[in-house]
Design a protein around this ligand. Structure first.
Ligand SMILES: Nc1nc2c(ncn2[C@@H]2O[C@H](COP(=O)(O)OP(=O)(O)O)[C@@H](O)[C@H]2O)c(=O)[nH]1
Ligand SMILES: [Mg+2]
Ligand SMILES: [Zn+2]
Length: 292
């Protein structure tokens, strides 16, 4: 049988077989045979040991499409970066870091602004427009009032999406709105108690329906631009591409050089000032990091 590892805890792997159910599996012999450790997101072949008990053994890990480091999930089709429109206010520095790291890992990203019920919609639409103009698909939702869920489902359909975003923005609440099988614990209190079966302490994949999967991952509020060279940072800004041919210098960093297409586009309001300012900050950060 073939399935997908949706969760791994203490040497057990939970393998979801579409249209069937979830088997608790060991992975005896896998490391010896394939020299890799099973990971959440792996498509695997299993043999059933006990059909009534739903236990099995993983026999083979099928080839991986990609590997995401943070969150640690394999075979991801896209990232869904979730921020709250308010409470907490979106941190665009962090949003840009997420987008850069996803692009660096070759994972396309869509952005979800949740808690629209608390938002100043005019302000939110302006922010959304900045990112839409960069080529990102944007969804606006309220898990609280169950708004925007159809569009969100449309973005997720037939894909495995990795959720990313800071704590408290409503990641788990949204996942609960999308399906009924697994109810994640939500809110401040549950995070403090952290004893439930579905608190977000490990990465896990949740079947939404058919071939649509979503991962819930612990939120994180800082993100290192790990592994990126300052010279390649500009490649992770999709909106730069159109204006780069107008830079005088081929290797233009768009910081201090004269006749820079990006800075001209910035002056004409074609590139977002906020996005560019973060670019400069990140560039400087990567430059400093290199020194140590
Ligand atoms: N007003 C409002 N509150 C929300 C919404 N979505 C989630 N919340 C609340 O925000 C808090 C954090 O939600 P949670 O799903 O645990 O966030 P996570 O840390 O990103 O998984 C909880 O108290 C939720 O009830 C929303 O759309 N509107
Ligand atoms: Mg959560
Ligand atoms: Zn330039």
């Amino acid at each position: 049988m073939e399935g997908k590892i949706v969760k791994g805890i203490a040497g057990f792997y939970y393998v979801h077989v579409a249209g069937d159910s979830t088997y608790e599996c060991k992975a005896k012999g896998i490391f010896r045979n394939q020299k890799i450790k099973p990971s959440v997101g792996d498509n695997v072949q299993i043999t059933v040991l006990d059909e009534a008990e739903k236990t099995g053994n993983i026999e083979r890990i099928l080839p991986r499409k990609n590997i995401m480091i943070r969150p640690a999930v394999v075979n991801v089709d896209q990232a869904l970066v979730i921020f709250a429109a308010a409470d907490p206010r979106p941190n665009f520095n962090l949003l840009d870091r997420f987008l850069i790291m996803m692009q660096y890992q070759n994972v396309p990203a869509a952005i979800c602004f949740n808690k629209t019920d608390l938002a100043d919609m005019r302000e939110l639409n302006e922010f959304a427009e900045v990112y839409r103009a960069c080529g990102y698909r944007i969804v606006r939702t309220s898990a609280g009032e169950r708004q925007g869920l159809e569009e969100l489902k449309d973005v997720l359909a037939h894909k495995t999406s990795a959720v990313a975003g800071p704590s408290g923005v409503g990641k788990s609440s949204l996942i609960n709105c999308l399906q009924n099988e697994v109810q994640m614990e939500t809110g401040e209190i549950s995070r403090k108690i952290a004893r439930g079966r579905h608190t977000t302490r490990h990465s896990q994949i949740i079947p939404v329906c058919g071939d649509t999967y979503i991962t819930d991952t612990p939120g994180f509020s800082t993100l290192d631009l790990f592994g990126i060279e300052k010279e390649e940072l500009k490649h992770f800004y999709p909106e730069f591409a159109e204006y780069e041919p107008y830079c005088r210098f081929g290797g233009c960093s768009h910081i201090g050089e004269p006749d820079c297409g990006i800075k001209e586009a910035l002056a004409r309001g074609k590139i977002s000032k906020m996005r560019y300012e973060n670019y400069r900050l990140f560039y400087e950060e990567l430059k400093q990091a290199k020194k140590y």
